[in-house]
Design a protein around this ligand. Structure first.
Ligand code: C6P
Length: 406
């Protein structure tokens, strides 16, 4: 089905998908947790270890210069991918979690007791706990955008949350549980009307839909490499240059300094001011290879393919007796959370695994959302560019089979 839409894609690019588990073909539907890596990513990283490996920005020797060039070209690939103005706005981190913690830590230095940060009820823990730590450390207050029964943000309530003490809005672009695609451009416009900057958690949007930071006009945006077919341990914080200039550095160490003396230290220019220590320069090569891979296919094509799969899966899953889809927003990504009757998600997930179907079960690091929904957890199927209608059929027939066992 997908090959017909896009000649650039070849499922054989993903060697891991050809295996069987418990004698059944692997149906990998846990892509919101992490995606599989195409050969192009694995080979780019292996090649670098075989031929180039040397520390970056530190050596006059040939290998160090080659490694530095690769690393900085990767930054340029990320810049293009996100539509950022400058590579000075692209900070390499370990992932979305670290990117959000970086903003909480550095922006937190500028906040005073009583200042407010607006989050939403559907945030991942990584966009809640860093702000709670700041609550303790700086005495800030959190304000939370409520959600509707369908799983959409209540925009009227959002507007009511702004006060003269609001200092930041930090919201997810796409919910990792409900699949809801939030109207982030609208949220940003409203925040800007109150002169408030916005951080977008794009962990679940960057891999699935086109994201352009200038079109969004967000001040900060975070995503993880491993969710967009890249390696683990590498991620990105985009920040508008004026904001990154204004905030204090994150961690201290090599690379982030201009000059160090015991009398006083000066800091490096952007983006290095936020990148203390030896960076994961092979990780950035892998990330850039992954972004080139999805760009060759086209983010619009990937989004269309996944939307079609999600729609089909929703229709098919709804035919199962006792099926309850968690999250019914009309604008949705390729994540489907569900429960069947009274079957515990863990039990169903374990049995699905025996049938070769990999889904995630549990609270998905969104316990406040689970509390709002009045449930402990869900099963979650999440799609990527390589999934097929046949795999959706396999999921649906396995869920049917398992639910008949109870
Ligand atoms: N969600 C999931 O299965 P890291 O772990 O830093 O790469 O990403 C954190 C994160 C932040 N925001 C959202 C919306 C996310 O979905 C995630 C990661 C995974 O849903 C692992 S818990």
């Amino acid at each position: 089905m997908f090959n017909a839409q896009c000649s650039m894609y070849n499922r054989a690019d993903f060697p891991i998908l050809t295996q069987t588990v418990y004698g059944k073909p692997l149906v990998y539907l846990d892509n919101a947790a992490t995606t599989q890596k195409p050969r192009q990513v694995i080979e780019a990283m292996t090649e670098e270890y075989y031929t180039v490996n040397a520390n970056v920005h530190r050596g006059v020797h040939r290998l160090s210069q080659l490694a530095t060039d690769l690393h900085e070209q990767s930054r340029e690939t990320v810049r293009q991918f996100l539509g950022a103005r400058s590579t000075r706005e692209i900070i390499f981190t370990r992932g979305t979690t670290e990117s959000i913690n970086l903003v909480a830590s550095c922006y937190g230095e500028l906040l005073q007791e009583g200042d407010e940060v607006i989050l939403s009820e559907m945030e991942h823990h990584s966009n809640i706990v860093p702000w709670q730590l700041l609550e303790k450390r700086r005495g800030i207050r959190l304000r939370v955008i409520p959600i509707t029964d369908e799983g959409q943000l209540q925009l009227d309530a959002y507007e009511q949350l702004f006060t003269p003490r609001t200092r930041l809005v930090s919201v997810t672009h796409v919910s990792n549980v409900l699949g809801t695609v939030n109207p982030v451009r609208r949220l940003i416009d409203i925040a800007h009307a109150h002169d408030v900057p916005v951080l977008i958690d794009a962990a679940q949007s960057v891999p699935h839909i086109p994201v352009d930071v200038q079109a969004l006009d967000c001040e900060f945006l975070a995503f993880s490499g491993h969710k967009v077919y890249g390696p683990t341990g590498i991620g990105v914080l985009y920040g508008k240059e004026a904001w990154l200039d204004r905030l204090p550095p994150y961690q201290g160490g090599g690379e982030m300094i201009g000059h160090v003396s015991f009398e006083g230290t000066t800091f490096n220019e952007l983006p290095f001011k936020y990148e203390a220590g030896t960076p994961d320069f092979v990780g950035t090569t892998g990330l850039a290879a992954a972004l080139r891979y999805v760009q060759q296919i086209g983010m619009e094509q990937i989004a269309a393919h996944e939307a079609q799969l999600t729609q089909y899966a929703l229709e098919q899953l709804r035919t199962i007796p006792g099926m309850r889809i968690i999250g019914e927003a009309p604008e949705r990504g390729s994540v489907i959370s569900f429960l069947v009757g009274n079957i515990h998600p863990f039990d169903m997930g374990t049995l699905l695994d025996r049938l070769g179907i990999a889904v995630r079960t549990g609270h998905h690091c969104a316990q406040p959302l689970m509390q709002h929904l009045g449930i402990e957890g869900t099963l979650r199927a999440s799609f990527a560019l390589y999934n097929t209608t046949e795999e959706v059929d396999a999921l649906v027939s396995a869920v049917k089979r398992v639910s008949q066992m109870f």
